[in-house]
Design a protein around this ligand. Structure first.
Ligand SMILES: NC(=O)c1ccc[n+]([C@@H]2O[C@H](COP(=O)([O-])OP(=O)(O)OC[C@H]3O[C@@H](n4cnc5c(N)ncnc54)[C@H](OP(=O)(O)O)[C@@H]3O)[C@@H](O)[C@H]2O)c1
Length: 364
């Protein structure tokens, strides 16, 4: 049967399109997945702004579902429950249609997929891969905290600032910072989310809407921690306006602090959602710029973090509340909201048509 995919055009408009049955087949060490849930991320639309290779092509990255076909040498088998994230582009020619996350069938390289343990609901699994990889890259590859985080509480008394604690990425980072023993864990969010972020492990939550937010953070460190400088911080939202969030983070930290930003910023390093491939970006003027972030060691750590996140889900950490919408059109509306206004302390996933039927047919 043909299936529906969400397509992104030259002007970043989204629309459903039909893909003929049998169009996709897994290559070497790849899997064909019957997608049950697709997860919505800001990157789905944001990448199209700066990369021509992410326009006029399929949209979306994250998914959970069931393996339908395996390529030669794949570590998965037909019927496995899997979750993952598909490549941005490693070809320099733009995204391949079979990589789209918002369709009920896709192809994913083994290295970007993982098994769903029985303890992890498939709907939640769809939203884990990208933030686990990005958080893992920040905390374990770049800050070089020890992994797994719960093994030896580390650096007790090391202050840590996470800007944007109610983003899915910031929220997961708070859980992990708590397991690592970092203290105090300071974060910024809208006041109505403060209680839930403290529940995840934040010591104090500051309102980022306030004009005095950076002064408030410094005053807190003066009052309760003898003016101890913040030496490590993570901007987990990377919002450029009205003033770039990473610059607000700079105001709170020591001048020689290590500051990472979830987006790109000329003064700061930042994590990547995957380190399996370099990323050739086709700029809007047609020139090719290659972001060289491939790292075998970094990618291996990200795969360990994804497995850890799945195995310990609901017990050592969890996503923000899940919002499940059904069908392509609802997914399109949610994509626009998440990319341009933020998810609002929610993880949004799209349930594909006949999802439950597929699960039952596979005995779940
Ligand atoms: N480098 C990579 O490979 C990579 C991978 C994944 C994600 N990212 C980036 O990481 C960022 C977070 O992604 P996500 O999916 O976790 O986002 P998200 O869940 O959509 O984040 C939404 C939350 O951001 C918070 N927020 C909005 N403006 C803020 C500000 N000025 N200061 C502090 N918090 C603010 C809001 O908190 P309140 O509701 O409390 O107001 C909102 O709930 C995005 O920029 C994304 O593109 C990068």
């Amino acid at each position: 049967m043909p299936h529906v995919a969400v397509w992104i055009d030259e002007e970043s408009n989204l629309a459903p399109q039909t893909v003929e049955e049998g169009s996709y087949h897994p290559g070497e060490s790849e899997i064909l997945v019957k997608v049950i849930y697709s997860s919505i991320n800001p990157a789905d639309l944001k990448h199209a702004v700066f990369s021509k290779g992410s326009r006029n092509t399929i949209c979306g990255y994250e998914f959970s579902g069931i393996v339908e076909e395996t390529g030669a040498g794949s570590k998965f088998k037909v019927g496995d429950k899997v979750f993952g994230t598909t490549p941005v582009d490693y070809t320099g020619k733009g995204r391949k249609p079979e990589w789209g996350g918002y369709q009920s069938r896709l192809v994913c390289p083994d290295v970007l997929a993982a098994h769903v343990p029985d303890s992890l609901p498939l709907s939640h699994a769809a939203g884990i891969s990208l933030i686990a990889r990005t958080m893992g890259d920040a905390m374990f590859n770049l800050f070089k905290f020890p992994f797994p985080p719960e093994d030896r509480p580390h650096a007790i008394g090391t202050p840590f600032l996470i800007w944007g604690g109610s983003s899915a990425l910031g929220h997961m980072t708070i859980w992990v910072a708590k397991l690592l023993g970092l203290h105090p864990i300071l974060t910024t969010a809208s006041p109505h989310n403060a209680g839930r972020l403290k529940g995840a492990g934040a010591t104090e939550v500051f309102d980022y809407h306030s004009d005095t937010v950076t002064a408030d953070i410094r005053a807190y460190m003066d009052q309760y921690f003898d003016g101890r400088p913040i030496m490590q911080a993570f901007d987990a939202v990377s919002i450029p306006k009205p003033r770039h969030t990473v610059e607000l983070v700079e105001d709170c930290c020591a001048p020689d602090a290590i500051i990472l930003s979830a987006g790109r910023h000329p003064r700061h390093d930042g994590p990547f959602g995957e380190r399996e491939y370099d990323w050739p970006i086709l700029l809007p003027d047609g020139t090719l710029q290659v972001v060289r972030h491939k790292s075998d060691e970094g990618a291996a750590m990200q795969r360990r973090v994804v497995d850890w996140a799945a195995a310990n889900y609901g017990w050592l950490w969890k996503l923000p509340p899940l919002k499940i919408v059904k069908g392509a059109q609802a997914g399109i509306e949610e994509s626009k909201r998440v990319a341009f206004r933020g998810a609002g302390f929610e993880k949004v996933v799209v349930e594909h048509e006949n999802a439950m039927k597929s699960l039952k047919a596979n005995g779940w």
